[in-house]
Design a protein around this ligand. Structure first.
Ligand SMILES: [Zn+2]
Length: 415
């Protein structure tokens, strides 16, 4: 359970890895009112702040907490639909929505807990009409729930967009300080072009963010381009496909792409020309390589995205298409897939996610002025590659404590 902050606390470890600066031996953070006030050597910070309570983890590494930039909380591991094609999987998912209602809240609590135990301090969750917001809000993590809306269930595009804007305003009432709600345009095959365009305009006018699933599967590419394939008739009403362009081009045409937009997946059919569009519009990308692998989707062009300066974060997606809510495990998978260094991987999992979500002024690294959002990870202190050692440990169950805004929301050491 979380321990509320009182006076100043020093969090220190054998290795402190701020990400924004080189690792420190016996490094410490002075935390006051949830925020980092100083970063440095434990001896110096301890001497200058004798009144502070000290939490020193000598055989551990402190890293910024994971930023899970695209997740779904409302699924459970034990009865996931089979893999196979994306549209078969989605069809099964939709068929099972009524039975799922009975356990969605419980699944959301369990998934949030699993993420916290794996060192996650911030989660961007997407769920229908924001249904998993209560569980995210009570979890202790900071985060945002993107409320998906399905216009065919509501009415005209105008009515659908006004409905979801009003819903998000309602969801925002009474939330903890660092939990928020925003809108999601679910995908090019579930939200019609006019509702997509209106939602993009309306949210930008309000200064809100917008999350979308984009260019995820071969069937999505086929639907947008030719209007055929497994997604063409899945809801019986989505007849707007066949526009002879890629999903990225389509999203640009309906004005979904902007710096406020976070596009998840980008796994199938993303061309060099599409990457140009993504770079020019300033949209952020979130990659979910394990979910893409499970559903036979492609591989996101990560090197091309990074080379063009596109902000990239990592997401686990949900347990019906992904093996765990552990963002560090997701990142390790990406490192192997793309041959990335551990330092690059650790940055993607933390600062990269924060930049993609536009929250890097408050979290993502351990720097003065940011929230004390961190994970305490059990590592060998003699390792030659401290970033790899920290990432592998965090991916493999080695997180001993998770701290959000200075509060220990998980602590298996009991110290
Ligand atoms: Zn998703």
């Amino acid at each position: 359970m979380s321990e509320s902050r009182t006076g100043p606390v020093i969090f220190a470890a054998g290795t402190l890895m701020p990400i924004s600066s080189p690792p420190l031996r016996d490094g410490a953070l002075l935390v006051r009112e949830g925020r980092i006030e100083a970063v440095g050597d434990l001896t110096d910070i301890g001497r200058e702040n004798p009144e502070a309570e000290v939490r020193f983890f000598p055989n551990y590494t402190i890293i910024p907490g994971a930023i899970n930039a695209h997740a779904h909380l409302g699924f459970r591991r034990k009865d996931a639909p089979e893999g196979g094609t994306f549209s078969d999987w989605l069809r099964t998912l939709i068929e099972r929505l009524p039975e799922k209602e009975a356990w969605t809240a419980e699944a959301a609590r369990d998934c949030a807990r699993e993420a916290i135990v794996a060192g996650t301090t911030y989660m961007a969750e997407s769920s229908p009409y924001g249904e998993c917001l209560p569980q995210l809000a009570e979890s202790g993590m900071a985060g945002v729930v993107y409320a998906e809306f399905f216009p065919h269930e509501i009415g005209t595009p105008e009515e659908a967009v006004e409905f979801i804007v009003a819903k998000v305003r309602e969801l925002r009432e009474g939330l903890p300080e660092r939990v928020d709600a925003q809108v999601s345009v679910h995908s090019p095959y579930t939200v019609d072009p006019e509702s997509s365009r209106l939602a993009a305009h309306r949210t930008r006018e309000l200064g809100w963010k917008l999350a979308i699933h984009l260019s995820e599967s071969p069937e999505e590419v086929e639907f947008v381009k030719h209007g055929t394939g497994g997604l063409a008739d899945i809801f019986g009403t989505n007849d707007w496909g066949g526009m002879d362009v890629s999903p990225v081009r389509y999203a640009q045409d309906v004005e979904l792409l902007a710096p406020e937009t976070i596009a998840a997946h980008l796994a199938t059919g993303v061309s060099e020309e599409d990457i140009d569009v993504l770079a020019q519009t300033g949209v952020a990308a979130v990659l979910c390589p394990r979910s893409n692998y499970f559903l036979g989707c492609g591989v996101s062009p990560l090197p091309g995205l990074i080379a063009r300066g596109i902000r990239v974060g990592m997401g686990t997606d949900g347990l019906w298409s992904s093996p765990s809510m552990n963002l560090f495990e997701e990142t390790l998978f990406a490192m192997r897939l793309y041959g990335l260094s551990a330092a690059a991987g650790l940055e993607l999992a933390t600062l990269g996610g924060a930049q993609a979500l536009g929250i890097e002024s408050g979290t993502g690294t351990l720097e003065v002025g940011k929230w004390a959002d961190l994970a305490v990870v059990e590592t060998s202190q003699e390792d030659g590659d401290p970033e790899r050692s920290a990432l592998e440990a965090a991916a493999g169950g080695g997180v001993a404590a998770t701290v959000v805004g200075g509060d220990m929301i998980y602590n298996r050491l009991g110290t």
